[in-house]
Design a protein around this ligand. Structure first.
Ligand code: GDP
Ligand code: IMO
Ligand code: MG
Length: 425
């Protein structure tokens, strides 16, 4: 069973890019299975910092085939830009493959995303405004346009014309927006992108992936976003429109769950969230600000400041359950270096009772108050530590507590953004 799935266990930005890059060295294939350019996965290689939005984080190894799977939604302008950026830094995207079943993001998706956010000022989701939600809506409404549609310009045009008509009506009459989409202009623009990445398209990406599985090649599934942003298992409606959890990998890449050997949860040593929605352990001001500054917690996609708070063990248990976590990669441990004491939330108090499960109904969640335990800090710079035995005893106690809450084994501890700042356990 050669498939390893990497998932975010919180609200995204746990450091999946760094961990994926690290593990890619020993992989044959890395696949993105959901989301789109709402994701921002950072990979730091010496003095170069790459922020990947669509391309799998295994791209820096030319012998690793990187696949954008059927479950991803693609903004072709972003894809081209990302390929070009890689080229300017000396990395070729020749090892990239794009599933023909992936759906395309059009300008009206982005306008709809922005219009919805504006209209529902109160309780807005705080999306990345990249058109992700509206594109998935079209996919599930069977109105979407896929990469494969490029092969027949007549059909592409027909589908696009119909979509434009519908979206202009909604944007004008419901959202009161002035929009003007030229069919020819969009066609010309999109076909120019198509010609630029045509040679990377694979018609049957599931065959490609399953053949690799059958040949017992090593395959990594790179999740985007995180468990708490999952459309089913997150803090709905403050979620994204796809399934970042491990099960989503089977759908978004097209293979059976019996092929999964390991589910690696990427766990930030504290918690962050960007955008609206509940966040039980959030700290506004004070330590929250300190965590943001020490951790450089600003969105890799939108630059927005991330909300910060202590580690939430209830969220951890929820992630463990919904993903079937077998292993953990704990990131950003170095950010906690200077704290005298570190709080960990181990349960919520709900209507006078202690609960240890995450209530996904927000009216119930609103009434939950985190219950904390205090862990002693280690007050020592661990950013250069690469050997587990050299970690301070209190840092070991801290990671053990997280593993205990997750009921999973720790396989990696990250102590800095750079590739080499890692402890393998
Ligand atoms: P992703 O979306 O899960 O890939 O995470 P992001 O790239 O959005 O955010 C993680 C941020 O933390 C990036 O700026 C990384 O370079 C950085 N990072 C990753 N691991 C570590 C770590 O162990 N320590 C520190 N200080 N930074 C890290
Ligand atoms: P990575 O892969 C953190 C959040 C948005 C918003 C919600 C819905 O880098 O971890 P969307 O644009 O998806 O409709 O927005 O989801 N969000 C992320 N937050 N990391 C991400 O990706 C995110 N992708 C979406 O901020 O709250
Ligand atoms: Mg990110």
């Amino acid at each position: 069973m050669p498939v390893k799935v990497i998932v975010g266990t919180q609200w995204g930005d746990e450091g999946k890019g760094k961990i994926t890059d690290l593990l890619s060295r020993d992989m044959d294939m890395v696949v993105r299975y959901q989301g789109g350019n709402n994701a921002g996965h950072t990979v730091v290689i010496k003095e170069n910092t790459f922020k990947l939005h669509l391309i799998p984080s295994g791209i820096f190894y030319s012998n690793v085939l990187c696949v954008i799977g059927n479950g991803v939604v693609i903004d072709p302008a972003v894809l081209i830009e990302e390929i070009e950026t890689l080229k300017t830094k000396g990395f070729s995207a020749a090892n990239l493959r794009i599933s023909s079943q992936a759906h395309l993001i059009f300008p009206y998706h982005k306008d709809l995303d922005a219009a919805q956010e504006k209209k529902h000022e109160e309780g807005r989701i705080g999306t990345t405004c990249r058109g992700i939600g509206p594109c998935y809506v079209d996919k599930f409404n069977r109105r979407g346009i896929r990469i494969s549609d490029f092969a027949n310009e007549k059909i592409f045009r027909q589908k696009l014309e119909l979509n434009i008509k519908e979206k202009v009506y909604i944007l004008t009459n419901y959202y009161g927006m002035k929009v003007d989409y030229s069919l020819d202009k969009i066609i010309n623009e999109f076909f120019s992108y198509y010609h630029a990445f045509k040679k990377l398209i694979v018609d049957e990406s599931t065959v490609l992936i399953n053949e690799a599985i059958d040949q017992r090649k090593k395959i990594l599934m790179e999740g985007a976003q995180g468990t708490m942003l999952d459309v089913d298992h997150g803090t709905y409606p403050y979620v994204t429109s796809s399934s970042p959890i491990a099960g989503g990998a089977c759908i978004g890449a097209g293979f059976g769950p019996n092929k999964v050997e390991e589910v690696l949860g990427v766990v930030k040593a504290y918690v962050t969230r960007v955008g609206g929605g509940p966040f039980p352990t959030e700290i506004v001001g004070g330590i929250g600000d300190l965590l943001r500054e020490k951790g450089g917690e600003y969105g890799a996609t939108t630059g927005r400041p991330r909300r910060c708070g202590w580690f939430d063990g209830v969220v951890m248990k929820h992630a463990s359950r919904t993903n079937g976590l077998t292993h953990l990669a704990i990131t950003k441990m170095d950010v906690l270096d200077s704290f005298e004491e570190i709080d960990i939330c181990t349960a919520y108090e709900y209507e006078g009772k202690k609960i240890e499960y995450f209530p996904t109904d927000l009216t119930k969640l609103e009434k939950c108050v985190p219950v904390y335990i205090k862990m002693p800090g280690w007050k020592e710079d661990i950013s250069k530590t690469t050997d587990y035995s050299k970690l301070p005893a209190n840092a070991k106690k801290y990671v053990d507590k997280l593993a205990d809450l997750a009921n999973a084994k720790i396989s990696l501890i990250s102590v800095g953004a750079e590739r080499g700042q890692i402890i393998k356990t």
